[in-house]
Design a protein around this ligand. Sequence first.
Ligand SMILES: *Cc1c(COP(=O)(O)O)cnc(C)c1O
Length: 401
Amino acid sequence: MSSERAALAPERFVLSDGTIYLDGNSLGAMPVGVPAAVEDALHRQWAADLITSWNDNGWWQLPARIGDRIGALVGAGPGQVICGDSTSVQLFQTLVAAARLRPGRTVLITDGGGFPTDQYLTDSVARLLDLEVVRIHPSELARHLDARTAAVSFSLVDYRTGELFDLAGVTAATHAAGAVMVWDLCHAAGALPVRLDEAGVDLAVGCSYKYLNGGPGAPAWIYVAAGLQAEIDLPLTGWHGHRSPFALEQHYAPAASIEQARIGTPPLLSMLALDAALDAFDGIELSAVRAASLALTDQVIAYADEQLTRYDVEVVTPRAASRRGSHVSLRMPSAYEVCQALIARGVIGDYRAPDMLRLGLTPLYLSGQDVDRAMAELRDVLETKAYQAVEFARSSDHPVT
Ligand SMILES: *Cc1c(COP(=O)(O)O)cnc(C)c1O
């Protein structure tokens, strides 16, 4: 029975007793090696070694070294991923670069239901370069691709519904129309196997604080396929991406490698924390993570179907395994209040307006028993109407990713 399924590596994470954490798709739990790595970064590398750390402690090489570690988790061979900046910044980089690869083409296609920052940046890039944005659901792509399409930019997993799209199929269709493919892997990296090289993806971005567990504010990353690196023209031409940064030349010339995707001085403390956090994946196959994740999402869906429809709970996430990411969204009346009532009981999920409870299922540290307990608490909150008992102030600073 899936409820007896153990977590894959709970000993690699710090989790407080009694808490069932179903929000690892927003902010992953802290891997055990992070505090010592940050202590070392502070006391030895910064306080004692000072500026020599750029060379002696490998600070300069860190963005590419972490990039390769993340690359290995998303099907990218070495030398194609650089770590740095935020997903939003990396989206700007990739969208402008994608449009520059197809001069004369005038349309950017994106998912109208995609995460807001992706949409805001697509609009801004369109204004900047005088392009048109076409918003569709990824399933409608074939009808909208034509010789005007410069680039297609989708998230692999829908942040609200948990729908998983077909990376290889969408990329192939986009290429058949002569357009550039950009994937946002925020809700996929570390959650399921992704095969960027195999699918021939052009550009991709992702954050590191969700399923990669890099910590609050962990730097994001960008993938530029090796075959594009000689041709690509990235818009954010900071000195770290220069061919010879320490020559301090007056004019920009990009590095020939993925180093050209660096921008400025990276957040070293966050990067060193992320480097230690990635150890949590050592020796673990993403195929095993995927199998365990599907068992947990199956468990939630089956429980909701059997026990919760009488409370007007509806499973929003696709039921087909091939179309499901690693979270399940349940539509229900009073979803916000239900979410708060669960948090008061130590079951931490999140709420997405207007009516969704979103449960992130991260099998590295969640077991089938945890999910059983969480679902029993959810049923009890609905049955006893515990959510009505408390007045909850809606706060505008609630994290929404
Ligand atoms: C989490 C998330 C982001 C986050 O963007 P930041 O710039 O890192 O805050 C962007 N896009 C998607 C699809 C996300 O899920």
